[in-house]
Design a protein around this ligand. Structure first.
Ligand SMILES: Cc1cc2nc3c(=O)[nH]c(=O)nc-3n(C[C@H](O)[C@H](O)[C@H](O)COP(=O)(O)OP(=O)(O)OC[C@H]3O[C@@H](n4cnc5c(N)ncnc54)[C@H](O)[C@@H]3O)c2cc1C
Ligand code: SF4
Ligand code: SF4
Length: 439
């Protein structure tokens, strides 16, 4: 039987809708990688229809919905034919270009986690990501793999397996002794191009953010930074959830047309997986062709952060006593320090407190501060704005003390105390001291 002739779906060209452009600053021009848009003196786009390939990027990015797709009458006729055919057969036509993209995407398999370390000392976020990656790999029915790059890092391969990886890709050479963007991103891109993973997870640390951006740019793929949730939808896409618009909404982002789907996740957002030294896994050693003389950056000296009395490890603390604007003044944080001392914890705070200069910025918990996951988080005089909650809501136990019983902090609290912090906190300290037989 003769195969039915395939109708090519016309793509159209972009066209400005008169009077709708708000001259937002040439977002449309920046989005067009075919150089089909130039801006005129009024700050409006002039679209070159000879160069336009109808990719719709400018249409999607325009905040004023000022650009539309234009189809000639002949093209409109073809579109109507395709629509009628799809209605009749119930099958949606896929363009040749779309089919090629789908075929390429299908070649990518497996969930990868980059193992961050400093001269062999692993960053805990890498193991947390193996825990999250295991869930994703299970849902997709694929392998969970880790990527270890460094110098004499065999121990990290075994650790990766103990934390759940079934396969480890390791690149071990003196050129990777210190983290340098160029060497590391080239090594990862080499592995990705060779083994084609569908998902790549990296810790949202200083190093991880630097590396993930470089890798995603080089591979021309999507990257969602600072995810607070990862899941798989029924089509097998990675659902990457993160706060957006100043934390006022949670956005779920999909990378539908490129691979790998890349996400960074802050430390302590995901749960640590179990550690089992008896687990077995495969180690694949790769020699990436990168030479020292090709790397422009040289590490001359490593200077450690000063660890003064003021420097505390908020992210690693098991107990955090955190204060908000309800503490009223800088000196009242001494009260929270007393409670923290009694419990063996540290003092954190909200951004309002940092802005009031009552506490230094390294104590701030939240979206623009630290993400913490202590065993106990005691929120004193903190209202519970979404930007604060995203930094602490996964704490094991949350105790909220607030005089306003409607405060949103109570929605995430395990235990809520409606009352005045200046009465409740001294009472707690007294009770703890009494129970320990102290005066
Ligand atoms: C882009 C962006 C990023 C942000 N990032 C962060 C961030 O990382 N971290 C962060 O914390 N915020 C952040 N914010 C700010 C956030 O929106 C809130 O403004 C901030 O968290 C409020 O701090 P607060 O709860 O201490 O103060 P308030 O909202 O003023 O709350 C004070 C609370 O104290 C209670 N209170 C007052 N007196 C007493 C008392 N005597 N006893 C008991 N309770 C009392 C009040 O009932 C109130 O609920 C960000 C905002 C934006 C726009
Ligand atoms: S549709 Fe694509 S190619 Fe055409 S002008 Fe817009 S961004 Fe450029
Ligand atoms: S993106 Fe839209 S609003 Fe901004 S300059 Fe282009 S057409 Fe105008």
């Amino acid at each position: 039987m003769e195969e039915e002739k395939r109708i090519k779906r016309p793509r159209g060209v972009a066209r400005l809708i008169p009077g709708k452009c708000i001259a937002c600053g040439a977002r449309c021009e920046a989005s067009c990688n075919k150089d089909a848009i130039e801006m005129n003196e009024k700050g409006e786009p002039v679209i070159n229809t000879e160069k336009c390939i109808g990719c719709r990027k400018c249409v999607k990015i325009c905040p004023a919905e000022a650009i539309e797709m234009y189809f000639t009458p002949e093209e409109q006729k073809i579109l109507a034919e395709i629509a009628a055919k799809e209605k009749k057969t119930g099958v949606k036509e896929v363009s040749a270009e779309e089919a090629a993209i789908l075929a390429e995407i299908k070649e990518y398999k497996g969930v990868w986690v980059f193992v961050e370390h400093t001269e062999g000392d692993p960053a805990v976020v890498s193991w947390e990501l193996l825990g999250a990656g295991a869930e994703l790999a299970k849902k997709l029915g694929v392998e969970l793999c880790s990527v270890v790059i460094g110098d004499k890092v065999e121990n990290l391969c075994q650790e990766s397996i103990a934390y759940g990886a079934s396969k480890v890709y390791v690149v071990d050479s003196p050129v990777f002794h210190y983290y340098r963007t160029e060497a590391y991103y080239k090594a990862i891109c080499y592995l990705v191009e060779k083994y084609k993973p569908e998902i790549m997870l990296i810790g949202a640390t200083g190093l991880g953010r630097d590396l993930a951006g470089a890798v995603a740019t080089k591979l021309s793929t999507g990257l969602t930074a600072d995810c607070t949730g990862l899941a798989i939808d029924d089509k097998g896409f990675l659902l990457q959830t993160r706060p957006a618009f100043g934390g006022n909404i949670m956005a779920t982002i999909l990378t539908e047309r490129t691979r790998p789907q890349m996400s960074t996740v802050r430390p302590h957002v995901m749960t640590m997986p179990s550690y089992d030294k008896s687990r077995k896994g495969e180690i694949i050693r790769e020699a990436v062709p990168i030479k020292e003389e090709e790397i422009a950056v040289k590490v001359l000296e490593v200077v450690e952060d000063a660890k003064g009395a003021e420097c505390i490890d908020l992210e690693g603390a098991d107990i955090i006593v955190s204060g908000g604007r309800g503490m009223k003044a800088k000196e009242n944080f001494a009260l929270l320090q007393q409670l923290a001392d009694e419990l063996g914890g540290v003092v954190g705070c909200s951004r309002a407190v940092v802005e009031a200069k009552w506490m230094p910025v390294d104590r701030q918990v939240g979206q623009t501060g630290k993400t913490v996951r202590p065993k106990i988080y005691i929120a004193c005089g903190i209202s519970g704005a979404i930007q604060h909650l995203v930094g602490m809501q996964t704490s094991d136990v949350i105790i909220a003390i607030n005089q306003d019983k409607q405060a949103p902090i109570f929605e995430v609290a395990t235990y809520g105390i409606v009352g005045d912090v200046f009465q409740v906190v001294p009472a707690l300290i007294k009770r703890i001291r009494e129970s320990r037989g102290k005066a």
